[in-house]
Design a protein around this ligand. Sequence first.
Ligand SMILES: Cc1ncc(COP(=O)(O)O)c(C=O)c1O
Length: 444
Amino acid sequence: MDPALQKFLHLAADQLTEWMGSAAAATPFPLVRPQPEVAPSPEGADMESLLHDLQTVMDGAFQPSHPGSLAHLDPPPLTASIAADLICAGLNNNLLAEELSPGLSSLEQQLCIWFCSRLGLPENSGGVLASGGTLSNLMGLVVARSASASDQGVIFCSRDAHVSLQKAAMVMGVPADALQQLPVDVNGALCTTALEDALQAMKARGLPCLAVVATAGTTVRGAVDPLLAIAELCAHHGIWLHVDAAIGGVFALSSATSSLMQGLNRADSITLNPQKLLGITKTSSLFLVRDKARLRETFATGLPYMESPTGEHHGGEVGLQGTRPAEVLKLWLGLRQLGEQGITAVLQGALERRRLLAQHLSSDRLQLLSGDLHLLAFRPRWGDAQQTKQWSEHTRSRLLRAGFLLSRPQYDDHHWLKAVLGNPHTTTEHLQQLADLIQSDLPG
Ligand SMILES: Cc1ncc(COP(=O)(O)O)c(C=O)c1O
């Protein structure tokens, strides 16, 4: 037993619980940010001074547990997930190879299989955890390319698809115009007729297509592309379908909300980020594939300096990352804490808060932008781009001073304010207060 470790953990835990417990006392985003000492001191610091250093950083941190934290897809962390993250650091296992993480390698494989079966993927499906959705999307396109007859080809996605696809294309070295963004309909979902026309045109010209990427939950408005219709088209043309369900995929976990993800089970590969709504601490992303053999086919290099795995595979041979932490621990324990009922409550609660806020906002005065999920963007109905820029800037800082943090995306040549209603601490009273504040100072 190391008494210094024990004391440090106790004190750090007290400090953290105090920080989280007093979340509502300040604003979600610090108005001043104290600067910590950056360089290590010559003789090293004692515990007291390290805790003081930590407090300085905590005082300048974004506070996801504040009930007015509604800007992004960063909800308050779950208790079990925080504890598991701490244990993960203490275990310091490495998912690169089975001999460095014997039980955890198997837990990751089993949990991916549980996700696949919950999503309705077939028996030989599986996956790997990744440090964020950007990496999962990159893996999706790399696996698609390795499964394709040609290593050239166009990738189709919607205009509202996430910017990580551009990064993936850049890393993969595909030409800049290989990523083709198609129009969306009035609901922000990929226009299937545009996709159909594009695929027909490619076929007529004898050009290869690497993949279609559908988005299940777009970043600005939470729109879900028509997954079933897109899957039909991909099957017809024999094209890999990757679904970026980083935001929406979790809704498939509960029978109460799974109809929102109809067709997700037809994907060849899926990105799903439990970090975005369920309260699993960052980072937590899954890359799931319909045929798990594809992972080894794409990424296995052999690990000649490691013993052969006794289980299915080394974690470093089924994905892009080498050394990585056992992020599975906080995902697994967080889900165990929630249970089936807790998962459903988180998902339904977020949808209900979106519905309530939309109901409180006057659609006569505000243009509301939303899809089927828990995101809601809005701007005044009147005003040109310059006026909406000023309005959004001014209103955002006014709301922050009142304890609400919203984001300010650019969409359709305008600045909007966006609320992500994934914070379970936000009550119906908070939503009414937020709507009143927004509408108390509208132009026109
Ligand atoms: C739809 C979508 N896909 C992918 C990503 C990238 O995920 P990450 O930030 O975890 O890399 C995001 C991030 O917001 C997203 O909204």
